[in-house]
Design a protein around this ligand. Structure first.
Ligand SMILES: Cc1cc2nc3c(=O)[nH]c(=O)nc-3n(C[C@H](O)[C@H](O)[C@H](O)COP(=O)(O)O)c2cc1C
Length: 362
């Protein structure tokens, strides 16, 4: 192993190692951790590794195209940016840098309700297509105003997170008394999140007090009724909920276990995907996030019926290591890996990816 290994990341795991060295323990643990015993955190990765690819040979792969569309928006690759809170813990320019990298990479950024930069400031900084991730708060006027602000600022979809009536118990945050430093806030709602109590995460307290534990399908209809934007539901696990999502007018769903941060011991997202795509049967778009770190992971998700994937933590690692350039490099690396995996599989465009690529063949 030469010394450059330490400094020049060549894959997403290298980025994490560099970011871990640069971040405070509290910030790194907040970004990296899962809930409970982190069983699902591990299985999100292992499940991808267990799936085998069966390539075709002697196909002309000299010309390849990995562009596609997601909810009718053209993207340079089926690699989107998942919403992650508090990006200024990673870099002083936080969400602004991520948004600029999204534009350069030709992809979509989902901006979290819990950003350290207002949704308006993010949209002013970029031409990238932005989606707004919504946490439904008990305060419905606040919730309504977030949706309206996102519409006014030119966001192209509302992505409602449906797996978070309360925050999963992230024990590393509990031990670290996770909170935001004084100079950062939840910018969209002008709220500080100072570490307050022993053995408690300030974010968990925020969720308990302000997010709506009574959220149901009726509220999805309510959101639908007050916005003209497409609505995605993020955090679908069960095929029956996927069917309900269609019934309640969702334009798409994201198969997600919140990066293993909510209910621990749920299945890996890639293992939940086949049942869900079967239930949806092409009626709406299905996206996936959770543990995607390799181009081959993306190929597997597409083969099982996802139209694109999103990445969460790797964006934060790139942002920590080198701001906008770091995020761009992370997105490029994955794109290059996907392109190579396709070439070596005998596939030249995204729409050619099918179950046929999976071993054993069915
Ligand atoms: C630090 C961190 C913050 C997150 N914040 C949010 C959030 O504000 N809203 C949300 O819907 N999901 C949030 N997520 C979940 C991500 O959108 C996504 O589902 C997950 O990170 C994907 O898994 P990956 O990190 O393995 O790629 C967060 C995840 C992490 C790691």
């Amino acid at each position: 192993m030469n010394s450059s290994h330490k400094h020049i990341p060549i894959n997403l795991f290298d980025f994490e190692a560099l970011a871990e060295a640069a971040l405070s323990k509290s910030a790194y643990d907040y970004y990296a951790s899962g809930s409970g015993d982190e069983i699902t955190l591990v299985s999100n990765r292992i499940a991808f590794d267990k799936i085998e690819l069966l390539p075709r040979v002697l196909v002309d792969v000299s010309q390849r195209n990995i562009q596609t569309t997601v909810l009718s928006t053209p993207v340079a690759a089926p690699i989107l940016i998942a919403p992650t809170a508090f990006q200024r813990l990673a870099h002083p320019d936080g969400e602004i840098s991520t948004a600029r990298a999204a534009e350069k990479a030709g992809t979509i950024m989902t901006v979290s309700t819990l950003s350290n930069t207002t949704l308006e400031d993010v949209s002013s900084a970029t031409q990238a297509t932005l989606w707004f991730q919504l946490y439904v708060h008990k305060d419905r006027e606040l919730t309504r105003s977030l949706i309206q602000r996102a519409e006014t600022a030119g966001y192209k979809a509302i992505c409602i997170t449906v797996d978070t009536p309360l925050l999963g118990r992230r024990e590393r945050d509990v031990r670290n008394r996770f909170g935001l430093p004084d100079h950062l806030e939840i910018a969209n709602v002008k709220t500080h999140l100072n570490a307050s109590e022993d053995n408690a995460s300030a974010l968990a307290i925020y969720a308990t007090e302000l997010l709506d534990q009574a959220i149901t399908w009726k509220d999805i209809e309510w959101v639908r009724s007050i916005t003209t934007l497409p609505v995605l539901l993020k955090g679908i696990h069960h095929p029956d909920d996927a069917v309900l999502a269609v019934k309640h007018g969702a334009n798409g769903i994201i198969v997600s276990n919140h990066g293993a941060r909510q209910l621990d011991t749920v299945p890996a997202t890639i293992d939940m995907l086949p049942g869900i795509t079967r239930a949806i049967d092409g009626q709406i778009e299905v996206l996936l996030d959770g543990g995607v770190r390799r181009g081959t992971d993306i190929l597997k998700a597409l083969a099982l019926g996802a139209s694109a994937i999103l990445i969460g933590r790797p964006i934060l690692w790139g942002l920590t290591v080198d701001g906008e350039q770091g995020v761009l490099r992370v997105l490029e690396m994955l794109r290059e890996e996907l392109d190579l995996a396709m070439a070596l599989s005998g596939i030249t465009s995204i729409d050619e990816v099918s179950k046929d690529l999976l071993f054993p063949t069915k």
